[in-house]
Design a protein around this ligand. Structure first.
Ligand SMILES: [Zn+2]
Length: 316
């Protein structure tokens, strides 16, 4: 039996799973905390991979992780989750350790790939994926190819300016979509309004999340509702721009904030409909929620490995 090891490096945990040659059911999955007092992240991750490998022949190791990376060199340029992984040569370190082909990719790009191959985007050749959670990430499939760019840093769809001189983004630039429509940004918008004297059922809650804001909105809280209207409006504005650039046949929303459903997606649709150049962009366009949930990173990494291996040996 030969398998592929997929690894998903998240902010709180690192998961490694072994997948057989066919299908998307792993034969083994293990996880560790991303941050721990003991040992380097790389050493602990390598031990995790070793522990799922056991006696199996491994064809490849494929890793999904957040941040920017240079796909030509396999170097992590910058990692928001792992201190010290600036310009870290992840691919070569793993290749030295395991002596098999190693593939790395941005987690949002790979989630787009996973949704395309195994989830909500199956059957589409032109797909746009947006994940809305702590940040906003994106991925684009165009004519059946994952858009990577010259260095692999394409499709940072959360880092587009939707409000010049607007709120400061985690990346340091003002007015990015992420600074307005991510989960923490939605919660921050509500707390700022409360601080300036607006009434809300969240006024008595000390530390609330976008999920709490969604709950309050469902219970009729006007301010909470406005926060989602605002986030959805700017998200729709960005998506209208993306439709003009990529002309997808499906837009997939993933990430925790997307689970607020119509609360977010209704204003997204309204904004898009208002801002597209011609309604033809919306003709047959599907707007759906992601299907892979927490497994998007692992299955995206699996999809990446299968694609790259088939490129390495097209007849095999
Ligand atoms: Zn940004």
């Amino acid at each position: 039996m030969s398998g592929i090891i997929a690894v998903d490096i998240g902010g709180t945990q690192i998961r490694a799973a072994v997948y057989p040659q066919q299908g998307i059911t792993p034969t083994r999955v293990r996880r560790i905390a991303t941050v721990s007092g003991e040992g380097s992240v790389f050493d602990r991750m390598a031990a995790l991979i070793e522990s799922v490998r056991l006696e199996e022949t491994v064809e490849a190791v494929s890793v999904a992780t957040a941040g920017q990376m240079d796909l030509q060199t396999g170097v992590i340029v910058n990692s928001p989750n792992i201190p010290g992984w600036d310009h870290f040569p992840l691919r070569s370190r793993l290749e030295e350790k395991f002596a098999v082909p190693v593939f790395i990719g941005n987690d949002a790009n790979l989630a787009a790939l996973g949704e395309w191959k195994y989830g909500a985007g199956q059957g589409h050749n032109d797909l746009l994926y947006l994940t809305i959670s702590t940040g906003i990430g994106g991925g684009v499939i165009s004519r059946g190819c994952l858009l990577e760019g010259a260095h692999g840093m394409a499709a940072e769809l959360g880092h587009v300016i939707v409000l010049p001189d607007g709120p400061l983004c985690s990346c340091g630039v003002r007015g990015h979509l992420e600074a307005i429509a991510s989960g923490p940004s939605i919660a921050r918008c509500v707390s700022e309004e409360i601080a300036s004297g607006r009434a809300s059922r969240l006024a008595k809650v000390t530390d609330f999340s976008a999920r709490d804001v969604a709950e309050a909105a469902r219970l009729g809280d006007e301010l909470a509702n406005e926060a989602f209207q605002r986030a959805g409006k700017y998200l729709g504005q960005a998506v209208a721009d993306f439709l003009h650039i990529f002309n997808p046949s499906i837009v997939i929303f993933g990430g925790g904030v997307s689970l607020s459903g119509a609360l977010l997606l209704d204003p997204v649709r309204a904004s898009m409909q208002r801002l597209v150049m011609t309604p033809d962009y919306l003709d047959g366009l599907q707007i759906v929620l992601a299907q892979l949930g927490d497994d998007a990173g692992l299955l995206g990494a699996l999809a990446q490995a299968r694609l790259k291996l088939s490129e390495l040996s097209p007849t095999g």
